[in-house]
Design a protein around this ligand. Structure first.
Ligand SMILES: NC(=O)c1ccc[n+]([C@@H]2O[C@H](COP(=O)([O-])OP(=O)(O)OC[C@H]3O[C@@H](n4cnc5c(N)ncnc54)[C@H](O)[C@@H]3O)[C@@H](O)[C@H]2O)c1
Ligand SMILES: O=c1ccn([C@@H]2O[C@H](COP(=O)(O)OP(=O)(O)O[C@H]3O[C@H](CO)[C@H](O)[C@H](O)[C@H]3O)[C@@H](O)[C@H]2O)c(=O)[nH]1
Length: 318
């Protein structure tokens, strides 16, 4: 298939773009390089440096489907400057949908997020758990999920929103290089890499077994396989006019201290920690139930926490 991959110069888009190419698809990356890197564009992809707001210039009827990763995704920034998130994540996506409709491209896989659920009191979180996001980042992603449901019904779009929990790991030369880096695993690994002396542990008084926050970590390679399955589903007869939402997680939660321990095991380095206050807006526990995508599309993650940390570590050392 000929595929438009928005955000394909970013972390997840570059990994999944490379998996799509390996599966034999033709890939055009549309990325403004807002947070991405030109050298992360997957080998073999064509690169168009432009925003999704200008998607009409990049897409035509020769495309079969769009995988939409491009977004702003810093929770703290979304609280400080919400307008950036509404314009980019919602406004930009509406332009992309306009361009797809005009070009007659009716298949879409979208990067949604666990942040759409806010601070749910149940664990694990299913797709039926009420989505009550607590910051503009999560709100902007939920708004797109709703827009896709309406677009699918009204205009025969086949769309899937994949709600990622905590993505980590790398695939060969494609991995996580954010600046600033807010995510736990790369921040922990900066210690053995000699780029910082210690890692901050945000919150040690959560109602969890060791007092630190629990998350569901998923290897980016597993995440990518889910995209290929979702993409295939959008091509089935039943998919036209439908929008589906699937959680992507492993179903297992690890605390911040357990992640630090994994980094010590994998790297063989001591990793000193500094206990800090809770980070504003962090829920104590976020663990996915990914039973729905397992049942519908046969997706199951293969990699555990140690492989995630190992592959992130190999990538960081490159
Ligand atoms: N990393 C995670 O753990 C995680 C978790 C849940 C959801 N997500 C979602 O997955 C997607 C990818 O995340 P990531 O971690 O790879 O982020 P990233 O910042 O590495 O990649 C995003 C890419 O989108 C590009 N971009 C941003 N706005 C754009 C625009 N208007 N037009 C064109 N390009 C634009 C950036 O330049 C960047 O290359 C995002 O939609 C994010 O919200 C990520
Ligand atoms: O240096 C750090 C970085 C993070 N943490 C803690 O580690 C946990 C995981 O934090 P991340 O920043 O790695 O991930 P989040 O769970 O905050 O964010 C993820 O889940 C969100 C949904 O809640 C969004 O989807 C977001 O894009 C995605 O990365 C949190 O308790 C955080 O406070 C630390 O202790 N020290």
């Amino acid at each position: 298939m000929k595929l438009l991959v928005t955000g394909g110069a970013g972390y997840i888009g570059s990994v999944v773009g490379s998996q799509l190419l390996a599966a034999g698809h033709e890939v055009v990356v549309l990325d403004s390089l807002l947070t991405g890197h030109e050298d992360a564009v997957p080998d073999g992809a064509r690169f168009v440096r432009a925003g999704i707001e200008e998607a009409a210039d990049a897409i035509d009827s020769s495309f079969d489907a769009v995988l939409h990763f491009a977004a702003r995704s810093l929770v703290g920034q979304s609280v400080a400057e919400p307008e950036l998130y509404w314009w980019n994540n919602v406004g930009g996506t509406l332009r992309l949908l306009d361009a797809m409709r005009a070009a007659g491209v009716r298949r879409l896989v979208f990067s949604s997020t666990a942040a759409t659920y806010g601070q749910p009191e149940v664990s694990p979180i299913t797709e039926d758990t009420p989505a009550v996001p607590i910051n503009p980042y999560g709100q902007s992603k939920l708004a797109v999920d709703h827009a896709l449901a309406g677009e699918a019904r009204a205009h025969d779009l086949a769309a899937v929103s994949l709600r990622y929990f905590n993505v980590g790991g790398a695939l060969g030369r494609y991995g996580e290089r954010h600046d600033p880096e807010t995510h736990l695993i790369p921040n922990v690994l900066m210690v053995p890499a000699g780029r910082r002396d210690a890692v901050d542990v945000f919150g040690t008084d959560y109602p969890t077994p060791d007092g630190t926050a629990v998350r569901d970590y998923l290897h980016v390679e597993d995440l990518g396989r889910a995209h290929l399955l979702a993409l295939d589903w959008t091509g089935t007869a039943e998919a036209a006019g439908q929008h589906r939402v699937y959680n992507l997680g492993s179903g297992t939660g690890y605390s911040v201290r357990e992640v630090v321990e994994a980094a010590r095991r994998v790297t063989g380095h001591p990793v000193p920690t500094n206990d800090k206050e809770r980070r504003a807006g962090d829920p104590p526990v976020l663990v996915a139930s990914a039973e729905r995508i397992a049942a519908d599309l046969g997706w199951r993650p293969k990699h555990g926490l140690d492989t995630i940390v190992e592959d992130a570590w190999t990538f960081m050392q490159r």
